[in-house]
Design a protein around this ligand. Sequence first.
Ligand code: PMP
Length: 276
Amino acid sequence: MIVSLDEPIISMEDRGYQFGDGVYEVTKVYNGRLFAFAQHRERLYRSLRELRIPAVWTAEELQQFHQLLIAESGIKDGGVYLQITRGVAPRAHNFPENVVPKLTMSIRPAGSANASLRETGAKILFAPDERWLRCDIKSLNLLGNLMAKQKAKEAGCFEAVMIRDGVITEGSSSNFMIVKDGVLWTHPLGNLILKGVTRTLIVEKIAPELGLPVIEKAFNTSFAGGADEAFVCGTNTEIVPVVTMDNNPVANGQVGAVTRKLQQAFNKLIDIECQR
Ligand code: PMP
């Protein structure tokens, strides 16, 4: 069923609404085609498994739903949001039995704000990572992320990059990387960060193709302070250069050459996959 975005479709007792008991994905559409859909789908299935929410839709069905929304909306460049909650059940903390998961999706055209930041670079703020310990699950529970992002906004920054136990984990809605002495550094995978699809493309495909060594190892803000370049990356963000961190310029405060190369290579990936 396709309805207008302002039509009520959520039940009061949907577990996603009451507990944030669900997961989500956002997949980009370029030139009317899905980008990196297989990776988003696999991460969605993993999030569902980790939360023991039954995956009652096949990979083909999920793809068809996305394509239906693209076709019906006519949107060429935008983002598809998908969320699956455990379903509707009388409110109780334990997982209800025999409940049917609920899937809802929406599509929106791409905004223009990030496009200009990709050119000029952005400011980031360091903020404490106050989230739970399963940040690898793309769950609907985003309060820690929202609180950090709001702090960034109030400080005039694009993103909050979070710190837990003295090390930088990730952005509130992005992964964080630095370039230092020709090496790309980013926090290792595990329960403390989301395995970003963009991060994976950079670490496993783009950096090796550019001959850029990658070190997946935790580092602190003073190490990051000595970086030659820094950037945040994500599905909506793509690659946004970071030019100041807590008001201190990164190197000379200009967008770095390696970041530009990564952006170009990332754009090429989109061009190829989405026939742009
Ligand atoms: N970390 C967090 C906390 C995020 O919300 C996002 C955005 N989904 C990312 C990293 C980047 O992930 P992706 O590249 O898959 O969008």
